[in-house]
Design a protein around this ligand. Structure first.
Ligand SMILES: [Zn+2]
Length: 173
């Protein structure tokens, strides 16, 4: 699965003007602050203030000690079930497809260039590209390609398949 980063003003499944209102920090994407766990969310369905709680599989990515909020994290308010956060941008995301990826690769961060379907592998904390890392790009059933990231941390381009079906696995040697 692909989980997208949540930003200030991103909505929730509750509708009625529900959105993240408490994200104010210097870490931004497209000039909007990244949302983190515990940030405040206005819920238009129950007309109360909710908080972001991080749920589901993720690659830990913390800012000031707090996990980045991802699509499908929940807004804990008075609603049952809790509304889920909806991303409005797609250029910053994590690919969390299998337990394998979590087990083997907790300590990296992915971003992607949607136009040319290429992964960039970065250090989770410094955001520096990770060169010379062995990787596999897989679908559910097979490995599409295998290689080593270049000096800029980039993988080869993937010409086929929908991105949502791809997983990147780091091979530790
Ligand atoms: Zn609510």
């Amino acid at each position: 699965m692909i989980r997208y980063y949540i930003l200030q003003d991103d909505p929730t499944t509750a509708g009625n003007g529900s959105k993240v209102i408490g994200a104010f920090r210097n870490d931004t994407n497209e000039d909007r602050s990244l949302a983190l766990e515990h940030d405040e969310v206005y819920c238009g369905a129950c007309e109360s203030a909710g908080k972001i709680v991080c749920v589901g599989p993720r690659l830990s990515d913390t800012f000031d000690g707090l996990e980045a909020a991802l699509s499908d994290d929940i807004c804990v308010c008075k609603c049952e079930p809790a509304p889920r956060l909806i991303n409005t941008t797609q250029n910053m995301f994590q690919t969390v497809t299998t337990a394998e990826i979590v087990e083997k690769g907790g300590d990296f961060w992915l971003d992607i260039h949607p136009q040319n379907e290429q992964f960039t592998l970065r250090d989770q904390h410094t955001r520096r590209p990770l060169a010379n890392v062995h990787y596999r790009i897989k679908t559910k059933s097979r490995t599409i390609l295998q290689g080593v990231t270049d000096a800029n941390g980039k993988t080869q381009r993937v010409a086929t398949a929908s991105l949502a079906a791809l997983a990147l696995e780091v091979i530790h040697q």
